[in-house]
Each structure stands twice: as structure tokens, then as C-alpha cells.
Design a protein around this ligand. Sequence first.
Ligand code: CA
Ligand code: CA
Ligand code: CA
Ligand code: CA
Length: 543
Amino acid sequence: MRFIAALKIIVPGWLAFAAAAQGQEDHAAHCEAMIDTRNLTLYRAEWRPASESGPAYCHVQGQVGPGLTYYVQLPAPEAWNGRFLNWGDGGHDGDLDYAPHRIAEGYAVANSNMGHDNGSQPGATFAFNDRHAERVYGYGHIKMTADAAKTAISAFYGRPADYSYHEGCSTGGRQGLMAAQRWPQIFDGIVAGAPASFLQRLNVTHNWDMQVMLRDNYAGSLSYDTDDNGTLDSLTKADMLTEAVLAQCDANDGIVDRVVNNPETCDFVPERDLAHAMCVDDVNGDNCFTTTQLEAIQAIYSGPYDSAGTSIYKGKSYGSEMRWPLIVVPHEGNNHRPGQMGLASDYVNFLFYDNDPGVPTARPTDLSLEPDATREPPEFAWWQFDFDDFTRGLGDTMRAITDADDPNMSRYLKQEGGKLLIWHGWADTVIPAQPMVDFYGEVVDVTFDGDRAASDESVRLFMPPGVAHCAGGPGPDSWDRLAPIVEWVENGTPPDSLTVQKLDDGAVVNERLVCPYPEQAVYVGDGDANDPANWVADNFVCE
Ligand SMILES: [Ca+2]
Ligand SMILES: [Ca+2]
Ligand SMILES: [Ca+2]
Ligand SMILES: [Ca+2]
């Protein structure tokens, strides 16, 4: 009996292997024939066999001229889950981004270069007096890429996808809201993380923060030159600010974990709560704040204002300070070029004005370099930007092209029945979180007449505490971004909470619920709320 049983296993196994090999050959031939897909300009169609990094798929790559390059990756028909996933981009993009984990789950995945290649047009240079490139980058690429992907999917599988999704963060979040507002028929479900959707106001804010930190030879910076050698080597001031905010607000949520759960209820007042740490006679030092530095702190929380006192955009949230040294504060460790400088240094050159004012100077952190306006093209330094130009409307043309700021999403959320999950980490130092809370409120008001019960059926906002830009930060930042929207779209089950985890070397060290805004996760466990052993999702409820 044992021998016969073994034979039964071996023979079908061999047949299955032979059939699979034949199937692979068929798939490969079928994939290569994709190069002749009608009405698509494809320049690559190749079958990529299964490897350590994932299962086999058909990779097609094509272009929509001029400028847009995209790929579509198509799992074998028997491995396809019937879904199309548009994989979101980051920053100014300019390359192809891959999602092998989603291919492994059976999704047909697409991504584009947003209309330009950053190898030949780095940063925002692609937008130098190029309205076509700006429109493709602003919104056009979403439609072009999705249409091409849907055509390729129908050609490869002989039928359209059952469901179409967008998953993205930052620029990918902007793409999600842009699709919901301008291309409401493309996707059934959209996950928009930390959306860069108010792009003009956001970049004015980046410029503001950098001016606040770098002007007058770094007078506002929360770093200090302890050995007087010209480099700002100490971050004591930034650490003092971080600790002062935590002392004031960490325990508000009942758990001391260096996470401020709800910055909206954090009563931190810099001039009051840093009063004990002001420098004697306003003489700068490593362990104290000058008046200029206190004003800089206030300015980064408040966000930019024009000269008439009109707020342009809200700034960073309380509880985000521990990431400021990475993104905002110039110091020796980041070569005096904090992360935000990358966006601030050429944005107003190429992506703000109707007609671009000129190219950047040679060294963006050297404010003593006098821009040469007589050259062709002229030079224009980011720190020459006048904040009044925003309220004067000089960025309105570009705002209409790049910003996904329309709170009326009736077409997507009502007429098309689309589902939208927005999330934004409260400790985001790249894209301030508060404006997304405000925008969500506008969506509820404008699209749903203020009816939260109605809006809950199609749009929900989650604000993971202590989470930095798209990931990272002191709070739990790990969960499957896509699964909740798929469940919502296909089974009609909206996410009543997200279970998020903090992983350390693969081990879960903290687990929480994140609730749909404005609900908050409340600890209801039996044990001590401050014992990390009790930080499991079951010990929290949404209220
Ligand atoms: Ca890309
Ligand atoms: Ca130094
Ligand atoms: Ca806390
Ligand atoms: Ca431009």
C-alpha cells in the first residue's frame, strides 16, 4: 500500500511539472506577443520566470509620448487575483517603482515615471517652462498609465480586471486624491497616505521652514557649534524641544510612550513652556534658546504667513519634533542640508510661477551667493521667494495643475460608489498632518452636507499617532495599507479600525488600534496601561 501511495504522488507530480513547464512556455509566448498589442506603444514584453524575489509574471513596458514611460506587470493567468493595482509614486518621481509583494499576491501592477526621467531632469527641472510636462506630472499620468494598464490587462487575460485600486503615499497620496477628484471612473478603491495634495501650499511651507532655519547664518536653527569651527555639531536644542513637548503632552492619552496620540489636544505653548530655557541676555548657547530660535519654533508649528498676516498653510504637529533634525534642522550630521531642502531648493524655480523665474544658484545652502539675474537663463534663489506671491495668486495656474484640493468628491464617492481611505501620520515632518484633518472635515461638509454617517460609507480618515512621513517615527507604523480598502470595496465591510504594529527586527514590540477620525483608541485592558506587554490591539477600543 505504501508503495502504491508513493507512486500516486510521484506520477501526478511529474505530470503537473510537465504541464506547468508547458504552461510557462505558453505564458512566455503569450507575453512576448503582447508587443503587438493594438493601440499601445510597447517597447518591451518579456516573461520573467519565478525567482527568489517572487512568482513569474509578464513585464510589458511602454510609452505615451512625449515623456511618459510606464510598466505593467501581469502575473500568470492562474495566479492573477483579478485585480489591477496602480502603485503610487514619491517626491517628483521620474522613475519606475515596483511592488513585488503585490505581484506575489496576484495583483496586476502598474507604475509610471510621471512623464519625466530624473536621470536627465532631476528634481523639479522637468517643469522648467514646460506646461505639457507639468500637466502630465500634475494629473495626466494617472489617466494615461491606468488606461494603458487596463488595455494591457484585457489583452493579456482576455477580460478586464474585476476591481481597480490605487495604493500610494506622499505623491502617491496626492495621486489618489487627484484620481478621486479628476478621474473618478478609474478606481474602485483608493488608499491615499500622507497626501501631498496641497502641493503649492506645502512647498511654500518647505520654503518657509528653510528660510526660518537658514537665514542670518542659521540664527534660527536648533543646532549649535560647540567647538566654534563653523559646523553646527550639537542638537541639544532640538532634543530639549522634543522633551519639553513630551513632558507637556505624552501622558495626555494615558500612556507614556513618547507618542502624542492626539496633537489637537496638546497644550504646548513655546513661549510659556520653554521660558525656563531661554538664553541669558539672549546670547546663543548649546543649552538654551535665543529669541530668534523661539520665533523659529513658533514659525514651524504655525506654518507660513504672508506679510498681511494671512495663514497660507498649517505647520508641523506637536509630537513630531524628534524627526526635525532629519528634515528641518540644518546641522553637521546632514551636511547643513536637511531633507526639506531637497524640495525647497528648486520648487519656486520650476513649479510655482506661471512663468518660471530662473534656475537655482550653485549652492542652495549658501545664502551669500548673489543670484545673477542677467544670465540666460537667469538665476533665482529659493530664499528670494516672496510669500505674498502666494496670496497674490501668482501660483494659481500651477495650483490648478498640481493640487488635489477640491473637497467636492461627489462624482467619485457618490456617483461612482468609490471607496477612499485616507491616512496621515500625526508625526509627519515632511507633509504637515493637520491640513489633512481640516480637508477631511471639508469633504464631509461639502460632499456629504456634514453628515458623518453618510460620509463613513465611502470615505474614512485614519491618523496613526507618532507615525512620520509614510512610515517610521515613534508610533506603530506597520500594517497592510491595501487590504482594508479591498475588504471595503469587495465585501462592503468598512474599516472600523486599523491594527498597527511597531516592528523591531521582525518582532512586534507595540500594537495599537488606529480609529477612524475623530475617534480615538482608548486603553481598556486589565493590566497597567504603561506596561508595554499590554500594548496589544485587544486592549484598545475606538471611542
Ligand atoms: Ca514612478
Ligand atoms: Ca562645530
Ligand atoms: Ca502617549
Ligand atoms: Ca514651470
